[in-house]
Design a protein around this ligand. Structure first.
Ligand SMILES: Nc1ncnc2c1ncn2[C@@H]1O[C@H](COP(=O)(O)OP(=O)(O)OP(=O)(O)O)[C@@H](O)[C@H]1O
Ligand SMILES: [Mg+2]
Length: 502
């Protein structure tokens, strides 16, 4: 048979695995997959029938998962391990690699069926299918991660060593039953992921950023730095990117707040999006860039390209880590500085976290209005002081007042994103940077989100309200772009809503 090594005796008949009724269902009697689906909760992505799609074949939106790997027994992993080892002995991986995915699957299916028969494993057809799917994922894809990668409702996948995998769904962290055979398998899969972008991860270079072919952002840190086995973090790429109307639908912002953001994006305000980790900063940046006119030249600088700009005149740049000899790194600062020589009309920085803050502010100050960036901070005030300390720590010997003046002269608006404790994401502030009074930067909130309380289910009750400012500082800018009517309407409507219409 094709793909087998020539000695042909790797599969030893008679080395029987004890019959294992229900191995896949965690000790319950073997049951058809459909029945299983009805009885187990839904942490794992397996559409009814036990047939899980591969990442390549995955349709865009995944239905609710049906089979939960939490219920899998040790016995299942033992059987899988034995069959897997026999398969690896029997198959020629080099030849397999030359096949397309479907042909490779068929090849693996034939051999696995043969092994199951020879080793006397008792399994239902549905269980065999599930096992086969798992093994194909191990050999051809990202192993136990495949079903999670195929789900579109997951925002993050966090692997903390071989036997602990968390996911974030609807803003909430959940522990899954997904596990890897051992740390070696996990490391192998990490390696597979990073090698696709030409990188390596091992003891010599134990930290690595990468991207999956679908655009998901990946970070890997392996032993000895990660003490309990490799830690893999994946920010899933949303195929259907969220737009402002979606954020309104999710009640992250009111329709008037969204109009205000739309105008801020269009009229070339310089914007800083501030927020905690995973609070929705990049999503918001994506939304705002949606309102940039299509004839503007935009240059984006990111550590791992996540933004999805729709404008035709966009240049995307990505930083580069140093190679194994510690050379060749291109920092965010290098990119932003280079941007200035590329005749940009707007510069978009995925995340400002170091001395590039200085160059971005300078760009904003020198005719690149409408530039934007995100930054980690918990409030607009904190965002301003973080910006100042990034510049100070970047070695620029400037007096604090000069830096503050530079910030005031550059940033027009700060939009604050937050993930609340109930998992919901809100835009909590739309704040203008107005000027300086003495040594203090003066800001004014246009929109804020107020938490009122919590309902019986722990869901946070709150409301967005305008602060009653009828003429924001960027009014003239809005007038220049013929947006002042819409701006006035949005602010007025927001005020009426404050009067109890919400
Ligand atoms: N308003 C929202 N409502 C629901 N989900 C959202 C909202 N905003 C963002 N998300 C989802 O939350 C996840 C994290 O969003 P995003 O990548 O924008 O966060 P971030 O603040 O940039 O994170 P990081 O700090 O890791 O860069 C994504 O899956 C995104 O689709
Ligand atoms: Mg981000």
């Amino acid at each position: 048979m094709f793909g087998k090594r020539s000695d042909g005796n790797s599969i030893q008949p008679g080395s029987a695995i004890p019959p294992s009724p229900g191995a896949l269902a965690g000790g319950a009697a073997a049951a058809p997959a459909a029945a299983k689906a009805a009885t187990v909760p839904d942490l794992q992505a397996t559409p009814a029938g036990g047939q899980r799609p591969t990442a390549q074949a995955a349709p865009p939106a995944k239905p609710a998962p049906a089979v939960d790997h939490t219920r899998r027994s040790e016995n299942y992993y033992d059987i899988k391990s034995t069959i897997f080892n026999a398969l690896i002995d029997a198959i020629d991986l080099t030849q397999l690699a030359q096949l397309d995915r479907e042909a490779a699957r068929d090849e693996i299916r034939d051999i696995v069926n043969e092994i199951i028969a020879l080793k006397d494993v008792v399994m239902s057809i549905a269980e065999q299918e599930e096992l086969l799917e798992d093994i194909c994922n191990d050999v051809l894809g990202y192993g136990p991660l495949e079903p999670l990668l195929a789900r579109d409702d997951i925002a993050d996948i966090m692997v903390n060593g071989a036997s602990t995998v968390f996911i974030e769904v609807n803003g909430k962290m959940q522990k899954t039953g997904v596990r890897f055979r051992d740390n070696a398998q996990l490391l192998n899969i990490c390696q597979r992921i990073v090698s696709q972008v030409g990188r390596r991860v091992d003891e010599a270079s134990p930290i690595c950023d990468a991207r999956l072919p679908d655009g998901s952002r990946v970070n890997v840190i392996v032993p000895p730095l990660a003490i309990d086995g490799a830690a893999l973090t994946i920010r899933k790429f949303k195929k259907d990117r969220l737009k402002l109307p979606d954020l309104v639908r999710f009640k992250s912002v009111t329709p008037e707040g969204a109009t205000l953001l739309e105008i801020i994006g269009r009229v070339r305000c310089n914007v800083l999006i501030s927020g905690g980790t995973g609070s929705g900063k990049t999503t918001l940046l994506n939304c705002l860039t949606g309102y940039i006119d299509h004839d503007e030249r935009i240059i984006t600088c990111e550590d791992a390209a996540e933004l999805q700009l729709q404008q035709p005149h966009t240049v995307r740049l990505e930083t580069r880590p140093p190679n194994l000899e510690g050379e060749g790194s291109i920092s965010m600062r290098d990119l932003v500085k280079n941007c200035l020589r590329m005749r940009p009309e707007r510069i978009i920085v995925g995340e400002v976290r170091g001395p590039e803050a200085f160059d971005l502010l300078q760009a904003m100050n020198t005719g690149h209005d409408g530039s934007m960036g995100t930054l980690h901070a918990n409030s607009p005030r904190e965002a301003l002081s973080r910006l100042e300390s990034m510049i100070t720590m970047g070695g620029f010997a400037l007096p604090s007042k000069t830096i503050k003046e530079m910030i005031t002269g550059s940033i027009d608006v700060i939009v604050q994103a937050s993930r609340l404790r109930d998992g919901s994401r809100k835009i909590t502030h739309i704040t203008e940077v107005v000027g300086m009074e003495g040594d203090v930067i003066i800001t004014q909130d246009l929109f804020v989100y107020e938490i009122v309380g919590e309902d019986a289910n722990g869901k946070i009750i709150g409301r967005h309200r305008s602060t009653g400012i009828a003429r924001p500082h960027f009014w003239d800018r809005a007038r220049y772009y013929n947006e002042e009517r819409r701006l006035a309407d949005a602010l007025e409507k927001a005020e009426t809503r404050n009067d109890g219409n919400e």
